[in-house]
Design a protein around this ligand. Structure first.
Ligand code: IFM
Length: 495
């Protein structure tokens, strides 16, 4: 693949909309980021920790799901993953070697409360204390996500995210974490990508808990929003650090209409409502948009939203997290039946029956995600316009490529190229006024990529899953140069 073809999408059927494709390149070497710009790296508990039966951890929905036949590639599970639970110091040393300003990790709820409510498991608290203290000793700021998808199984058995009670349980858990770790955590994130929980977990069922029901999907959207609001309140009243920051991370879709035709523009708006605004409007503005209610009317009247819920959800936040990998191109098609005889045909575009995703023939990563850095620039500028004054942080960005270790080195030039282009896109958005304060590369190391198992490698560190040997990839060496200088290095700066 020639990286230089990566910027101008050719889309099946129709010319692209006249939105700017800002440069034929996006490799802005030599540009300096502000001194206080945060370069970090991210992981999530179930994807790296392993040790699933240890020290009182309870089962999560991902333990159950991944042990169910046919749910993950090769039947892979997170039972061992990167064995991070037992290799904490090794991994902390890697982060120090990479000069990370910050490390974004998630706490496994079932390590803290094995059944999602009730007594606290001291050993779980101890593990994250060791992690947080180890970070601070190395001068790395801890950025903590409370929920990155490993719901305690007992809460799923009680109804899961469609059950509003789960929001109350989440607030209790948030308060426990705020009290235990709040003296040291600089930035808190309530939820990671609630879209995935609701749409993939309850709507189309490709993620845990694997349910396929449109009403469950929409109910879980509301419970997740409520959990965020109650969670921020619980953190604010339990955390002792007055300068702590609170946030949520969305994987907003950058929806690009396939043409300027009114139908394509209209359908793109609908897709934004059912994938983005169903979270951003309540969280940022305290409302569900009338368009969302209209599009989803055939499934529910949203009667489960109670008086006071929207005020509870709409809490001030200090920073907004974005996870971003690729845009989505859409076009309008003749409406098709989403349902036959009451059955649900799983789709993430719930209620939008005149849309089709348009394939791109851009070069793509191992996830088949097309590479289009101008999409990230556009997304950041859109967010800056939509949420004025709210600092933005890219809490995840990265790519899956499988490059071997040869002679102790892992040459992942495609990842260096991807990161260069996307960090350039961030810089370009900043130079046009987007208030971006940080960037976390996904991921610190290869790990369990959910339903895709271990075959998809996102790490800047190669992990040999047989031996658990970690090998910094070229991208890690390149990224450490960026983190230590704040200047975008040339792509061959990998000493
Ligand atoms: O691995 C995931 C992560 O858990 C959430 N965001 C997307 C990543 C890549 O798919």
């Amino acid at each position: 693949m020639s990286p230089d073809t990566a910027v101008r999408p050719r889309v099946e059927g129709a010319p692209m909309t006249a939105e700017p494709v800002l440069s034929p390149d996006y490799r802005d070497q030599g540009h300096r980021f502000p001194d206080d710009f945060v370069f970090g790296s991210a992981t999530a508990s179930y994807q790296i920790e392993g040790g699933v039966h240890e020290d009182g951890r309870g089962p999560s929905i991902w333990d159950t799901f991944s042990h169910t036949a046919g749910t993950t590639a090769n039947g892979d599970t997170g039972d061992v993953a990167d064995d991070h639970y037992h290799r904490l110091d090794t991994d902390l040393d890697l982060m120090a070697r990479y000069h990370l300003d910050a490390y974004r990790f998630s706490i496994a709820w079932p390590r803290i409360q094995p059944t999602g409510s009730g007594p606290v498991n001291r050993a779980g608290i101890d593990f994250y204390n060791r992690l947080i203290d180890g970070l601070l000793e190395r001068g790395i700021s801890p950025t903590c996500t409370l929920y990155h998808w490993d719901l305690p199984q007992a809460l799923e058995d009680a109804g899961g995210w469609p059950n509003r009670d789960t929001a109350e349980r989440f607030a209790e858990y948030a308060a426990i974490c705020g009290e235990a770790f709040g003296d040291r955590i600089e930035q808190w994130t309530t939820l990671n990508e609630p879209w995935c929980t609701a749409h993939l977990g309850y709507g189309i069922g490709v993620h845990a808990p694997g349910r396929q029901d449109p009403l469950d999907l929409l109910r879980s959207v509301h419970t997740l929003n409520l959990a965020h609001g109650l969670g921020v309140q619980a953190l604010r009243s339990s955390v002792q650090r007055p300068d702590a920051k609170y946030s949520i991370t969305f994987n907003l879709q950058t929806v690009i209409p396939a043409s300027d035709a009114p139908g394509d523009l209209e359908v793109a708006e609908k897709v934004r409502h059912v994938n983005n605004r169903l979270f951003t409007s309540p969280v940022m503005f305290g409302r569900y948009e009338p368009e969302l209610l209209e599009i989803t009317r055939r499934y529910t009247d949203w009667g489960f939203v109670r008086d006071g819920d929207l005020q509870a959800i709409h809490q001030p936040i200090d920073v907004l997290g974005l996870n971003w990998y690729t845009p989505a191109w859409v076009k309008q098609v003749k409406p098709f039946a989403l349902e036959s005889e009451g059955s649900w045909i799983p789709t993430t575009n719930i209620g939008v029956d005149d849309v089709r995703a348009v394939a791109s023939d851009l070069p793509a990563t191992d996830m088949s995600w097309p590479i289009e850095p101008s999409g990230l620039e556009r997304q950041l500028l859109d967010m800056a316009a939509e949420f004025p004054g709210v600092p933005l942080v890219i809490t995840e960005n990265g790519c899956a490529y499988d490059d071997p270790v040869v002679g102790g080195r892992c040459h992942d030039a495609r990842r260096v190229d991807y990161l260069t282009r996307h960090i350039s896109a961030v810089r370009r958005a900043m130079s046009q006024g987007a208030p971006v304060v940080g960037y976390y590369v996904w991921s610190l190391m290869d790990n369990f990529e959910w339903a895709e198992g271990y075959g998809k490698r996102f790490g800047i560190t190669h992990v040999d899953y047989e031996t658990q040997v970690r090998t910094p990839k070229d991208s890690a060496l390149w990224y450490s140069r960026l983190a230590s200088t704040k200047i975008l290095p040339p792509t061959d700066d990998i000493d």
